[in-house]
Design a binder for this molecule. Sequence first.
Ligand SMILES: NC(=O)c1ccc[n+]([C@@H]2O[C@H](COP(=O)([O-])OP(=O)(O)OC[C@H]3O[C@@H](n4cnc5c(N)ncnc54)[C@H](OP(=O)(O)O)[C@@H]3O)[C@@H](O)[C@H]2O)c1
Length: 332
Amino acid sequence: MHYNVNTIPVGVLGASGYAGREICALVARHPRFALSFATANEQRGQRLRAGGRDITFSAPDDVRLEDAEVVFSALPHGASLTWVERAASAGARVIDLSSDLRPGNGGAPSSGRTAVPYGMPELSAATRARICGAQIVANPGCYPTSILLALAPLQASGLIASGSTIVANAASGVSGAGNAPKRELLFAEVSDDYRAYGVGNSHRHLHEMRATLLSIGADTDLVFTPHLLPVSRGILSTITVTLSEPLTDPLALFRRAYAGEPFMEITEDQPSLRDVVHRNVVRITATMVDGTRQPTLLVTSAIDNLMKGAAGQAVQNANLMCGVDECAGLPA
Ligand SMILES: NC(=O)c1ccc[n+]([C@@H]2O[C@H](COP(=O)([O-])OP(=O)(O)OC[C@H]3O[C@@H](n4cnc5c(N)ncnc54)[C@H](OP(=O)(O)O)[C@@H]3O)[C@@H](O)[C@H]2O)c1
C-alpha cells in the first residue's frame, strides 16, 4: 500500500472482534490514519466490509508489525500483552484495549513493570498530558469509563465523603461480552430478560476502578453490580454517592469540570442509550436524593461500550499520541 506523507499507517490486532471491527470502521473514516493490517484468530482469511472498504483478516504471525506506526490491540486480556510488547519493540505507538496493562491489573507498579498511562483523557489534565507523550497506553474498560468519569469531578472538589461507600449499578448491552459464541448469550437466553451478574464485587473491572479512585485520592469503598441488558450496545450506570456537604447545583459542578471537553455531555434530562450509541461521548446528569440522613447524590452516566467504552476512546488516545486533532475521525 502507498501512503502520502501525512498518512499514519495503522494495524489492528483482533480486528474480527466487536471492538476491533469498530476500530477498523473508525480508521476507514479517519483523515490521517490508513489501515495497514487487520488480524484475526479463528476468523483469519475472512473478509469484513468496514467504512466502505473490504478488509481481509490476516493471522497475527503473518503481519509485519513494523509496517504500522500505530497498533491497536483488541485482543482478549491475557493474550494481548505479548503482542503489545512486540508492537512497541517494532517501534509502534500502541493502544491496548485489554485489561492487561490497566491500573490494578498488569499496569500496577507492583507488577514490576513500569506503569503505562491510563487512556482516559478527561480524568485530569495530567492524565491527558501523559497520554500525549506515551508509546503505550492502556485503554480503559467500558464500565470504568462510564463510572469513573461520573465520579472524578466530585473527588476533585473534595465532595465524596471520606470512608463512605459508592454504589454503582450498571447495565450493559450484550456486545460487551465480545463475539466469541457463548450459550448464555444466545438470543433466546438474553431476550426479554434482565439480570445482575458478577455480584458481590466479583467483576474484574473493580481492580481498575479501585486503583484509579485511589490514585485520585478517594477514600471510599465501591460496590459495583453489573447487569446484562438485552440490547446490542450501550451502558447505563446509576451511581449513588454520599457527599461531605449538600450541593445546590450539581450540574454546574460537572459543567465546570468538563468545560471544553468535546466528548463530555452534561444534561438536565436522564441520559438514555439512544442518546449515546454510535457516538464517542459520556452523557451525565446528577440529582440530589431526597429523604437520606447524609447528603446523597445520584449520578447517571451513559456511554456506547464499543465507542467511548472501547474503539472511540482508543482512537481518541491514538490521536493524542500522534499529535493529531483529538476529535479526528470520531463521531461526537
Ligand atoms: N466488547 C466491549 O464492549 C469492550 C469494551 C472495552 C474493552 N474491550 C476489550 O477489547 C478486547 C476485545 O474485546 P471484544 O469484545 O472485541 O472481543 P471479541 O469480540 O471476542 O474479539 C477478540 C478478538 O481477538 C482475536 N483473538 C482471540 N484470541 C486470540 C489469540 N489467542 N490470538 C490472537 N487473536 C485472538 C479474535 O479473533 P477470532 O474472532 O478470529 O478468533 C478477535 O479478533 C478485550 O480485551 C476486551 O476486554 C471490549
